[in-house]
Design a protein around this ligand. Structure first.
Ligand SMILES: Cc1cc2nc3c(=O)[nH]c(=O)nc-3n(C[C@H](O)[C@H](O)[C@H](O)COP(=O)(O)OP(=O)(O)OC[C@H]3O[C@@H](n4cnc5c(N)ncnc54)[C@H](O)[C@@H]3O)c2cc1C
Length: 437
């Protein structure tokens, strides 16, 4: 159902909050707006037909296309409509006018809003090389992309995955468990922006032999005339039936630009601490915005679901007319269990901190009994600003300890990490009975 018309109409009572985008940012914004305003008319518009907040599980859906587990119950179509949040799916917003507070829809209708939240996400950042539009070249940005790859999978034996961040590794893992020959292309090293060099090396040792890892190479062109037949890596051919680019996203600001909203130096929408854009009453959250790094106040791009959801909650509150400003909007926590390995990334790495001019010291801790290696990223004066864990287990527990200290701005010397129970028990036994061999 659509509450819009060819001639725009005002509502009878309450304000109308319109949210464009139904990823984690848009879904969280809608739920929090409803929580803080029971009267408002709240509507989500999305050009997708899937419940698109499931995107962080999109690679998983390659292997389990019908799984409902990827759904966050509170954000499902059903839960939202029970909460009187209307969803207009399969509908794109093609433009708008911030003065008359109207949006243009692709069905040529116009929709009025009182408050607008843009949660338009990112656009896959595919390298500009010849052949990326050939059939057989894919990105995974939506559940529809996954579904499209799924339809062609039976014809693919060997697949190249370009990009070794979380989603590239996840995609490679799923394809291997489907029995495919997988080639992972890594420009420099695994998860270069998130992991210290020794942590990348540790992760590399834990990848299965079945995964063909090509490090230190960049794609220069796709192979094939009518469809992709592989890829040139620094001019060396690598044959394959399909190529999937998992090379990150850039902010999708098309709608924001058409509304005259300020775009920042990194190409994302500029927002304040309440998620308001340069135009009063219009908010933006998620992969389409530039956040402010709490350490330096410099703009940063953080295309991760946890940040989008927390920012969405903030935008929903403000759009609903409340003045609350949440702390820790920038919870930078990424956790995944890939190839039987916990990978946890919290806060800054030395790469991301140094890029903002912050000098760092990195300490490494090994917990052999837990098969874990930890990197602790500290400022020069010893404040913990980030951490990374590569572990067979215990990643979540250690991760919690690091996250807690990073969010409190703690100094490691004042609040050292707890050692795992096994280690402490060993120490106790050794102090009682002598060294254990
Ligand atoms: C395969 C994959 C795995 C990932 N795994 C993780 C993970 O494990 N953990 C994690 O933290 N992050 C993960 N991410 C990143 C995470 O999914 C994103 O950071 C998050 O989805 C961003 O949320 P968002 O609300 O900003 O935008 P999105 O989720 O991108 O949603 C934006 C929505 O807006 C719609 N839209 C845009 N413009 C318009 C328009 N004009 N009209 C109508 N609709 C429009 C889009 O179609 C889309 O539905 C993953 C990403 C991918 C691709």
């Amino acid at each position: 159902m659509c509450v819009c018309s060819n001639t725009t109409s005002r509502r009878q009572s309450g304000i109308r909050i319109v949210i464009v985008g139904y990823g984690p940012g848009g879904a969280a914004a809608a739920v929090s707006a409803r929580m803080f305003n029971s009267e408002a008319e709240i509507m989500i518009i999305t050009d997708e037909t899937y419940e698109s907040h499931r995107k962080p599980g999109a690679a998983m859906a390659l292997e389990f296309p019908d799984t409902g587990d990827l759904k966050i119950e509170d954000w499902s179509f059903d839960a939202l409509s029970k909460n009187r949040i209307e969803i207009l799916s399969d509908t794109a917003v093609t433009g708008g006018d911030s003065k008359s507070k109207t949006l243009k829809l692709d069905n040529s209708k116009t929709l009025e809003f009182d408050k607008l939240i843009l949660a338009t996400g990112g656009i896959p950042a595919v390298p500009e090389i010849p052949g990326t539009t050939l059939p057989g070249v894919y990105t995974i940005q939506t559940m529809a992309d996954t579904s499209e790859i799924g339809k062609q999978l039976s014809k693919m034996n060997s697949i190249v995955v370009v990009g070794a961040g979380f989603s590239g590794l996840e995609t490679a893992e799923r394809l291997i468990s489907l029995g495919k020959e997988v080639h992972l292309v890594v420009r420099s090293r695994l998860m270069r922006k998130q992991l210290e060099e020794p942590m990348s090396a540790e992760l590399l040792t834990r990848l299965p032999d079945k995964l063909n890892v090509n490090t230190g190479v960049s794609p220069t062109a796709l192979l094939g005339g009518k469809k992709a037949e592989g890829i040139l890596l620094d001019n060396e051919p690598l044959g394959a039936d399909a190529v999937i680019f998992m090379t990150g996203v850039r902010p999708n600001t098309m709608l924001a630009e058409s509304l005259g909203i300020q775009i920042g130096s990194l190409g994302g929408i500029v927002i304040d601490e309440t998620m308001m854009t340069s135009i009063n009453g219009i908010f933006a959250v998620g992969d389409c915005v530039e956040m402010k790094d709490p350490l330096t106040n410099e703009p940063i791009l953080l295309p991760i679901a946890s940040v989008a959801a927390r920012a969405g909650r903030q935008a929903g509150v403000t759009a609903a007319g409340r003045s609350k400003v949440y702390d820790n909007l920038l919870r930078r926590l990424q956790y995944d269990h890939i190839f039987n390995t916990d990978i946890v990334v919290i806060g800054h790495s030395s790469v991301s901190a140094n890029a903002l001019g912050v000098k760092t010291n990195v300490q490494y801790v090994e917990y052999p009994t837990e098969f874990a290696k930890v990197a602790l990223v500290l400022t020069e004066d010893g404040r913990l600003i980030g951490g990374q864990i590569i572990a067979s287990r215990m990643g979540a527990r250690l991760g919690y300890e690091i996250l807690d200290r990073v969010e409190r701005g703690a100094f490691l010397k004042d609040t050292p990490l707890l050692r795992p129970r096994h280690e402490r028990f060993r120490e106790y036994i050794e102090s009682t009975f002598g060294p254990i061999r």
